[in-house]
Design a protein around this ligand. Structure first.
Ligand code: ADP
Length: 257
């Protein structure tokens, strides 16, 4: 793929990372964090060195989804850097691990804080950094994409008709930045009950997206109680049930990024 475009110099803290993957959605609550975390643990399971950056300042979910022993980020006072915490070999940074004192911030301040946390972290050598983007495609997201050289983007959406417009927004933002969208994950698209498969939000908008925007891969994730239970339990689904349907889907997604 063509080299992505980003403003300025590559920050020193990111020079030891081979691939930076953005997991993005237009709205909150569609499963973006669930996808980011399970993708990261799948890549780690495939043997990669992986980190997760939870860029959501207002509603960080990483501290709920994974439970590292050390729940506060440490500082290297001399180098003025941040040391990630770790769970099952994956490095983790989230505002939820930054201690107390989350304040009310306006957009430009939020951007500054996100970029600082991302670029002053001592990530070390990583094959993949997965960024759980803040929901939306506004200035905060755009600035973040300009600070880091993204390798690829994964867009998460739900199957409703309206979500099509959301995906279009996401694709437009990344294409402006010359970042390839490698996959769309259509989350909560079906559930199985009484031996039948149900599609509560309808079908077909995913394939429309793929055709219209030329995104090479589309993945379906079912509504699955274990996915939400594992999200709350601190152990990602792909770790808890490595042979399950969800894990197989993430293995396919892992190969695409
Ligand atoms: P976002 O990051 O987009 O705000 P989350 O990943 O935090 O969304 O998901 C929102 C909630 O929905 C969480 O409680 C999560 O566990 C649950 N959830 C997400 N995807 C699924 C799914 N496919 N099946 C069941 N629950 C899900």
């Amino acid at each position: 793929p063509a080299k992505p475009m980003y403003a300025g110099q590559l920050p020193a803290g990111l020079q030891t990372i081979s691939n930076i993957i953005a997991v993005s959605s237009c709205k909150g609550g569609v499963g973006k964090s669930t996808v980011a975390v399970n993708l990261a643990y799948t890549l780690a399971d495939m043997g990669a060195r992986v980190g997760i950056f939870d860029a959501d300042v207002y509603g960080p979910s990483l501290p709920t989804m994974v439970s590292p022993e050390n729940r506060i980020l440490e500082m290297n006072a001399e180098k003025r850097t941040i040391i990630p915490t770790e769970y099952m070999g994956v490095k983790l940074v989230s505002f939820g691990f930054a201690g107390q004192g989350r304040a009310i911030m306006r957009g430009p301040m939020v951007s500054g804080v996100i970029n600082q946390l991302l670029t002053t972290t001592e990530w070390g050598e990583l094959d993949y950094l997965v960024i759980d983007m803040p929901p939306g495609t506004g200035d905060i997201q755009l600035t973040l994409c300009q600070v880091v050289p993204l390798t690829a983007a994964v867009i998460v959406t739900t199957p409703q008709k309206l979500a099509f417009i959301d995906v279009a927004k996401g694709v437009r933002m990344f294409s402006k930045l010359k970042v390839p969208c490698v996959a769309v994950v259509e989350n909560m698209c079906h559930f199985d009950a009484d031996g039948k498969r149900y599609y509560p939000f309808g079908r077909g908008s995913g394939s429309q997206v793929v055709q219209q925007f030329g995104i090479p891969h589309l993945f379906d994730l079912p509504i699955q109680p274990t996915l939400s239970a594992s999200g709350d339990s601190g152990m990602p689904e792909v770790v808890a049930d490595p042979q399950g349907e969800v894990s197989r889907t993430f293995q396919e997604l892992g190969v695409c990024v």
